[in-house]
Design a protein around this ligand. Structure first.
Ligand code: ATP
Ligand code: MG
Length: 272
């Protein structure tokens, strides 16, 4: 695969953000009335960064991700990606969703990955070879010929990640991709995504409502307030990988305070 430049090189070679979300307002039409879900969101993501979007349920995390993906148009502000205003969904922003049914049920693991490459113009042989490589990277080689119904939830999410990475996107957009997995599988996949991002320096926008996940995976965390939401704070968590470290504990406390969740939600978010 094409390895990207190390983060440090990118930071010195360009100070332009890869993604700029600039005073964005997003709403939904309900009964011919515009309901504002995101009142004012601004943040920037630099190449190679892992940015987490953290907020309570209904705070507009998925809404922002869908707008970056091009599925929703903001009613105010601008979203700029690599100098272009985000208009339509394109494979330069590959999306991984929470649902296990995002794969084509009638295609094997390998065909699921290869098919998106074929659609984006790769020839058959190249698509198959690239698919193989990413399937191997996600530890799925033994399941390459299986169909989605023959996979566990964790394996399906691995295929979805392999498919997204194989597109070599500018950004990987992930909307609670591990939200429906058991705790053990979830932390294993978190470690895998962490390792892959260290290796490939792929830029990630990752939606979560888990403080632990935000701290473990993120370089920075955009904390959203309740809907119609705004950005409360952007927190640098790049030094907080080890859950036993003082820094992790301090940042966890800070994020908990920012979220100001009720007691039950806090425990759910922190200890899941
Ligand atoms: N298709 C839709 N039509 C109308 N309103 C919607 C639609 N999708 C989301 N909303 C509203 O927009 C707000 C933000 O929703 P969104 O799904 O972005 O929240 P979220 O932060 O992703 O929540 P969760 O953590 O539960 O996934 C909510 O008030 C929700 O009811
Ligand atoms: Mg959501």
């Amino acid at each position: 695969m094409s390895e990207r430049l190390p983060k440090t090189n990118q930071a010195t070679s360009s100070r332009e953000p890869l993604l700029a979300v600039d005073h964005v307002q997003i709403g939904y039409n309900v009964d011919k009335k515009l309901n504002i879900a995101v009142r004012d969101a601004s943040f920037e993501i630099f190449a190679g960064e892992k940015m987490m979007l953290l907020g309570p349920s209904g705070s507009g995390k998925s809404t922002i991700l869908k707008a970056v993906a091009g599925f929703l148009k903001p009613v105010g502000g601008r979203i700029v990606i690599a100098g272009r205003e985000s208009l339509e969904p394109e494979p330069d922003r590959a999306v991984v969703f929470q649902e296990f049914d995002q794969l084509f049920p009638w295609r094997t693991v390998e065909d699921n990955v290869a098919y998106s490459l074929r659609v984006t113009g790769r020839d058959k042989r190249e698509a198959a070879a690239t698919a193989k490589r990413y399937i191997e990277m996600m530890g799925l080689s033994l399941a390459a010929d299986r169909y989605p119904h023959q996979l566990s939830g964790g394996m399906k999410q691995r295929v979805a990640i392999a498919r997204a990475l194989a597109l070599d996107p500018l950004m990987l957009l992930m909307d609670e991709p591990f939200g429906s997995l058991d705790a053990q599988t979830r932390s294993r996949l978190q470690r895998e995504v962490h390792e892959i991002s260290e290796r490939t320096h792929v830029t990630i926008l990752f939606v979560t409502h888990s403080i632990q996940e935000a701290l473990f995976l993120g370089d920075r965390v955009v904390v959203l307030a309740d809907a119609p939401s705004h950005v409360q704070e952007i927190v640098d968590v790049s030094g907080a990988d080890d859950p036993d470290s003082e820094e992790f504990i301090t940042l966890r406390r800070h994020l908990r305070q920012l979220l100001a969740e009720d007691e039950q939600d806090v425990h759910h978010a922190v200890f899941e």
